[in-house]
Design a protein around this ligand. Sequence first.
Ligand code: NAD
Ligand code: DAU
Length: 343
Amino acid sequence: MRRLFVAGGAGFIGSNFIRQVLAGRSGVEVVNFDALTYAGNPDNLREIAGDGRYAFVHGNVADAAAVAEAMRGCDAVVNFAAESHVDRSIHDASDFIETNVRGAYNVLAAARDLGIGRVLHISTDEVYGPADREHPRREGDAFAPRSPYAASKAAGDMMCHAFAETHGLAVIVARPANNVGPYQYPEKAVPLFVTNALDGQPLPVYGEGLQERDRLYVDDCVRALLLLLERGEPGEAYNIQADNHRPNIDVARAILDLLDKPYALIQFVDDREGHDPCYWMDSSKVRALGWQPDLGFEAAIERTVRWYRDNRWWWEKIKSGEFRAYYERQYGRRLATARPYAG
Ligand code: NAD
Ligand code: DAU
């Protein structure tokens, strides 16, 4: 791998991935192709913007010609580009279809046409639908997505399989669980809870806070992705899970404990429509390649909280922009009718 095309590298996982590639693979150049939607942020890669091995191309994966043009000369591809927030897909899923389905297709088609030797597509555990510890999903299991976001990701994931079978494209699919860590847009639960707590604002916990998510530290996820890019079997999918599952209410309490803030900041608000109770995958396939997570739940949350506490410059800018209108639409009525914490 000499020149890597990364789509969606200005977002949360993509920017952490690019940082790790440039730090750990001295001979590799990176082309970051990103539309800079509300979730894409040049600040996420501020410290490497002047690196001679890094190039940024402002472009949309829904634009087939632009994708092919930027990919020319690359020998490997990673696709992170997506509309990634479940709540936004409940309001309007049209961008999700454009990016997560049409965009995924364009990236695969360009890679096929240019004879790219290795493609890694980032899917999600949500394609399987709800599952629990007793019934972990394996890579060959049927998909049962329940949110418009998950359905769009399932379509992109299946398109990868179709390209491997039909066109012989060397595409590998990664299905990570819920990531936490630096540079995650503060619409997602963990950065929202941490930054609200730092500002003394309520933490809006959906329903009773009993839904569970894995909390996979982003550096651990990125190590798994690099391993799959370099050593994954073409045509195969791989689950990535740290087994750090906790109910959301425990996550909210852990954050407040770390920041020495009162549990009274927790507000139980109307639940997400179609809220999946839990995802659980068997990740033995990626572990058999030598991967395991370094951080358990407590360390992952502690490191994450510390980063947001120490990097107000990054999130204060975001929360004063487009975010305000989104917050009002998503939480205005919910918070007005919230139930207080009484633990
Ligand atoms: P994110 O929302 O933080 O970043 C998405 C990036 O894609 C942004 O930089 C955005 O500008 C870019 N983008 C969006 N639409 C685009 C388009 N049409 N053309 C080009 N670029 C576009 O997302 P993330 O949390 O970093 O997730 C990255 C990938 O991993 C996504 O595919 C997501 O579905 C998947 N995933 C995320 C998680 C998680 O916990 N964050 C877990 C599993 C899978
Ligand atoms: O599981 C992988 C998925 O993880 C990725 O595919 C998605 O791109 C990513 O956004 C994430 O999806 P979730 O829906 O799990 O993440 P979110 O942070 O939105 O929500 C995490 C949990 O917290 C979920 O059970 C809903 C709950 N929640 C969320 C928000 C935003 C709340 O209780 N309150 C909130 O305000």
